[in-house]
Write a protein that binds this ligand. Structure first.
Ligand SMILES: [Zn+2]
Length: 501
């Protein structure tokens, strides 16, 4: 590991509680102090089994060093003394103190660099860094480099270069332009600096690090999406741009560097028939979920008006929808039912039924696979980014979590990651559980490959548990599959209608 000179370097050891433990680093000896109780948090998956309780572990020692030396300090040597015996053990890696005047610069070489809160994949993801982003490296740990704005990135996703002066930029004018379905906001910079994104209810916030404003003019005409752009220099090296939006639903964004110029693209709302469209469209607004439920509760056919409103041949005209049937191929079967029947098969069946219904309403539908083939996750994600659909939906059936109960564990769940997908996830979850009278397994913010895309609201549905005998019967019943597919298509149509500005 490598650190800056002013940082503490901390060590931990596991040893018998009565032992004396110390660490020797570069001829300096530091005693480690026993910590009577250490709280070890359970893994994230414990949220699924309601066992989110800390576990106490004993015999942990800790202590920190502060050194003014620069350069390679070698490996730390741990020493344990007990009952007149002394045991020595060398640390796993060596420690280096970086010279503040000779720091290196990392340049992101991956298409998008995965920035994280710490030096391993256990740490949470931050806003990905566009290719070309540059930042000073302020530390190393194993395969990871720490960037000056605080994030960690894998060394394999960057090129390390010697640095004359830290990569910083000023920014002057900013302008916006409309390109097809997108508004592009152009930020000319001297250096491609790190960025982060935060979506709110009616705001889209972009933060530029290592940047100082000399801004006097911003060109932003009235825009289909953006009400107003506000900005402020938060601290000497950090600027925050807040796009106040005309409606609460956001439809996708992209970030890229063109040389040293940052281009932020924000997607316009889709033009769904039903909001200011033709007569057909106007009637589409009239039916409500309550109407549909009432009709179904009466065990009659849904009122003709409601059905025609939702299911007209033009209800989804101009809408592109990407459907992703989970898993596939000989290796990736997904979860299995009691008979061994695989998730990949039923996911494809239901996806095609949903596709047919969406197409009948005028939508253009893309599938990540149409047969029993293995499609890598990154290819599915790449298709979303290429197609740039109005929305993307990944369809799965659930597997039992560790410690789960095959009989009690049941229900439909929805997963989202980017704020722009939250409304769709909640709406579909509620719509399916209510209209089909299915159990709920819940709505989850979850960092999944198929929820992470930013070019469209992307939601993953788990439509029930394969291993639960009752749900399995429902999952594989052809009549119920038809009803489920109709409910998904209706849910998508209704959500699109209600989400129009
Ligand atoms: Zn699955």
């Amino acid at each position: 590991m490598a650190r800056l000179p002013d940082e503490l370097i901390c060590f931990t050891a596991i040893a018998p509680p009565t032992a004396r433990v110390s660490v020797k680093l570069a001829e300096q000896i530091m005693p480690l102090v026993p910590r009577p109780q250490q709280i070890e948090l359970p893994g994230n998956a414990s949220v699924l089994t309601q066992q989110n309780r800390p576990v106490a572990i004993a015999g942990r020692f800790e202590g920190c060093a502060h050194t003014v030396l620069l350069g390679d300090l070698g490996k730390p040597e741990f020493q344990l003394a007990q009952d007149g015996q002394t045991i020595k053990q060398s640390g796993f890696g060596s420690i280096k103190i970086l010279s503040p005047t000779r720091l290196e610069t990392a340049v992101v070489t991956a298409e998008t660099g995965t920035a994280r809160t710490g030096p391993s994949t256990d740490y949470s993801r931050l806003t990905p860094l566009p290719k070309g982003t540059q930042a000073l490296v302020t530390g190393y740990e194993g395969d990871w480099a720490r960037l000056d704005y605080g994030a960690w990135i894998k060394r394999s996703e960057v090129q390390i270069l010697p640095t004359g002066a830290p990569p910083k930029s000023i920014i002057r004018s900013i302008k916006a332009r409309q390109v097809g379905d997108w508004t592009e906001i152009v930020f000319p910079l001297q250096v491609p600096v790190p960025v982060s994104i935060q979506q709110g209810d009616r705001t889209f916030t972009l933060t530029l690090y290592n940047t100082t404003a000399q801004t006097d003019i911003i060109h932003l005409d009235d825009d289909p999406l953006i009400e107003r752009l506000d900005w402020q220099q938060n601290n000497p090296g950090q600027i925050q741009y807040t796009f106040n939006l005309k409606s609460s639903q956001q439809w996708g964004y992209k970030l890229r560097y063109e040389g040293t110029t940052l281009v932020l693209s924000l997607k316009h709302p889709p033009g769904v028939r039903g909001e200011g469209g033709g007569d057909e469209g106007k009637s589409a607004k009239q039916g409500t979920i309550a109407d549909l439920e009432k009709a179904q509760a009466q065990n009659s056919r849904p009122q003709a008006e409601t059905v025609s409103a939702l299911r007209t041949a033009t209800a989804l005209a101009g809408i592109k929808i990407l459907l992703d049937p989970g898993h596939g191929g000989p290796e990736d079967l997904g979860s299995r039912g009691p008979t061994g029947y695989p998730e990949k098969t039923v996911a494809l069946v239901i996806t095609k039924l949903v596709r047919d219904r969406l197409q009948q309403r005028g939508a253009t539908v893309y599938l990540t696979r149409e047969t029993d083939v293995d499609v890598p996750l990154q290819d599915r994600v790449a298709l979303i980014d290429k197609v740039q659909p109005t929305l993307a939906l990944s369809l799965h059936y659930n597997a039992l979590p560790d410690d789960g109960d095959a009989i009690k564990t049941k229900g439909v769940s929805a997963f989202w990651y980017n704020t722009q997908a939250h409304s769709l996830a909640v709406f579909l979850h509620n719509y399916l559980t209510k209209t089909l009278k299915r159990s709920s397994y819940g709505v989850f913010w979850d960092n999944l490959a198929l929820t992470r895309p930013t070019t469209a609201p992307s939601v993953l549905l788990e439509l029930g548990f394969m291993i639960n005998p009752d749900e399995f019967e429902w999952i594989t019943n052809p009549k119920e599959q038809q009803r489920l597919a109709t409910a998904i298509a209706d849910g998508i149509t209704r959500w699109l209608q209600k989400s129009q500005p």
